[in-house]
Design a protein around this ligand. Structure first.
Ligand code: GLV
Length: 320
């Protein structure tokens, strides 16, 4: 009997590929853009394992073509690109990459908090454009972070890591989640608040929930209207957790002070997005987990999940 077949939808760090190659025949899409649907439809037919990215839609129609598929290992902590219910129905295991990207994503969240508060991108453009004439008391004055109130929406691993970092800035930290976490409240010295209270009391609101039916547009017009006029919204989770049209109004009409966004309803962000015209937003290309170590460990994790599934074991990061 030959080795099982694993299809990888994009080149991932070599540490993961080395583990996979020990156990399987590995083929992959080596293009720079997402694997075309037609290619994926063909490759999935014979694959025993699939490593997917968040740019791949793994839906029921696709999985129905698979004859041998045992696992879809997503190279991400979020897995809203996969129809998990359909996978379960077909007995296909779905896994993600938790833990290994928590710190990288929390760090990036903090980069956005500081960049938006202290107008870093705007100030940097100012220097590059030759507009810096003299040190001035009123030049690029921003928002204070030290001692401010941070509202965390979603107290999972990443939300907790963001809260932990807030201690260094002596912030008051509030959180909202579907369920309370008394242990984390004590450990991180944070307090639970209903969402509307959190929105109205926070100077910074940072979102850390997964995208699903319950969280789609969780932060909409009503929630943004509750925010302070100079508050800043940070999103490093999924674009569709925020109603982006309402966010554009919030930023344009001054309901809120600014936003730091790593994720968007449509990615890549369309070039006609009104967000691109706004000075009070910092826009990043979905790079929350993009640190060398995190990306390397994510490759190891997907590979270990796949090899476990191929040898008949329950993969460690199974989500279904
Ligand atoms: C990236 O967005 C991830 O979910 O890991």
């Amino acid at each position: 009997m030959g080795k099982p077949k694993v299809y990888v939808t994009r080149l991932i760090p070599k540490e993961g590929l080395a583990i996979l190659r020990e156990a399987a025949d590995v083929t992959m899409w080596e293009g720079n853009s997402p694997v075309p649907r037609k290619v994926l439809e063909k490759e999935i037919i014979e694959a025993d394992g699939l490593i997917s990215l968040i740019t791949d839609t793994i839906d029921e129609t696709l999985m129905e073509q698979a004859k041998n598929l045992k696992i879809v290992a997503n190279y991400a902590v979020g897995f809203d690109n996969i129809d998990v219910k359909a996978a379960s129905k077909k007995g296909i295991c779905v896994t993600n990459t938790p833990d290994v990207l928590t710190n990288a994503t929390a760090d990036l969240t903090w980069a956005l908090i500081l960049a938006t508060a202290r107008r870093i991108v705007e100030a940097e453009r100012f220097v590059r454009n030759g507009m810096w004439k003299a040190w001035t008391p009123t030049l690029m004055v921003g928002k204070d972070v030290q001692g401010a109130t941070l509202g965390i929406v979603g107290l999972g691993r990443i939300g907790q890591a963001v809260a932990k970092r807030a201690k260094g800035f002596s912030m008051k930290v509030l959180y909202y989640d579907q369920k309370r976490n008394p242990e984390a409240e004590e450990r991180l010295e944070i307090s639970f608040h209903p969402l509307s209270e959190l929105m109205s009391e926070s100077d910074f609101v940072s979102i850390h929930v997964p995208l699903n039916k319950q969280t789609h547009h969780l932060i909409g017009k009503e929630e943004m209207k509750e925010m302070k006029e100079d508050a800043i919204l940070i999103n490093t989770s999924r674009g569709s957790v925020v109603d982006e049209e309402a966010l554009v109004s919030a930023l344009a009409d001054g309901w809120i002070g600014g936003a730091g966004l790593d994720v968007f309803e449509e990615e890549p962000l369309p070039m006609n997005s009104k967000l691109l015209q706004m000075i009070n937003v910092v826009l990043l290309p979905h790079i929350g987990s993009a640190s060398r170590e995190a990306r390397k460990q994510m490759a190891v994790v997907v590979a270990e999940n796949v090899t476990a599934a191929l040898s008949g074991k329950t993969p460690p990061d199974t989500v279904n």
